[in-house]
Ligand binder design. Structure first.
Ligand SMILES: [Zn+2]
Length: 198
C-alpha cells in the first residue's frame, strides 16, 4: 500500500492483476499515466472503453474481432481449404505476424484436461468438425502446444477428422511447453513449412 488516494489505489490494484505487471510496475504505470493524463490516460481510457464495447469472439473461429464474423473468416481469399487449429487467440496472432499461413483458423480456447474437467464441448471441437465439412476443408494443421494436454487434444481431434482430410502438425522446433506466441516469425515459418502428417 502507498499513501495514494483510494481511487488511485484501486486503479493500481486492478492494473497489477494484468499479465506481466506486478504491484511495482502497476504503480509506475499508473503514476506515468497520471502525469500524462491528457495526452495518454484520456485516450487510453477511451480506447479501452471502445474495445470493451465492441470486442467479441468470431462466431465461426473464435478469433477476437469487432464483428460477428472476423475478417479472416469473411475473406474469400482465406478460404483455401486449409484450417489451422490453435489453442488461443495469442497463437493465431503469432501465426498472422509470421504472415506465412494463407488459410483460416480455429481457436479452441484451451486444451482438453481431465484435471480441470475440460471436455470437447468446452473447446469448440464440435464446431471444428462441422467446419471441416461445410467449408470443404482439405487439410487440418494442428498447431497446438507441445504440452501433454496439447498433444492429447491433438490426438483427440485427429481421431474426429473425417477420412480423406489431411491432418498435419507443425514441425518440431516448437519447444516443449513453448507457446507459439513466444516464437519468432522465422521459427513459426519454418515449423509451418516443414509440417508433417500427424
Ligand atoms: Zn473467424
Amino acid at each position: 500500500m502507498s499513501d495514494a488516494p483510494k481511487e488511485i489505489e484501486t486503479l493500481i490494484e486492478m492494473m497489477s492483476k494484468l499479465p506481466g505487471l506486478g504491484p511495482r510496475s502497476a504503480r509506475r504505470a499508473v503514476l506515468h499515466l497520471i502525469k500524462k493524463r491528457s495526452l495518454q490516460m484520456g485516450p487510453l481510457a477511451e480506447a479501452m472503453q471502445a474495445v470493451a464495447a465492441t470486442a467479441r469472439e468470431c462466431l465461426n473461429c473464435g478469433n477476437i474481432s469487432t464483428t460477428d464474423i472476423c475478417p479472416i473468416c469473411a475473406s474469400e481469399k482465406r478460404g483455401n481449404g486449409e484450417i489451422c487449429v490453435v489453442e488461443d487467440v495469442a497463437d493465431l496472432w503469432a501465426m498472422e505476424r509470421a504472415a506465412v499461413f494463407k488459410g483460416r483458423y480455429h481457436v479452441l480456447g484451451g486444451t482438453l484436461s481431465a484435471l480441470d474437467a475440460v471436455g470437447p464441448d468446452d473447446l469448440r471441437i464440435p464446431k471444428l468438425i462441422d467446419r471441416v465439412e461445410t467449408e470443404a476443408i482439405t487439410e487440418v494443421i494442428l498447431a497446438l502446444n507441445a504440452t501433454i494436454d496439447g498433444q492429447t487434444t491433438a490426438h483427440y481431434i485427429a481421431d474426429q477428422i473425417p477420412d480423406g482430410v489431411i491432418v498435419t502438425s507443425l514441425a518440431q522446433g516448437v519447444p516443449i511447453g513453448g507457446e507459439l506466441d513466444y516464437l519468432d516469425d522465422g521459427t513459426i515459418t519454418a515449423a509451418l513449412k516443414a509440417r508433417k502428417a500427424f
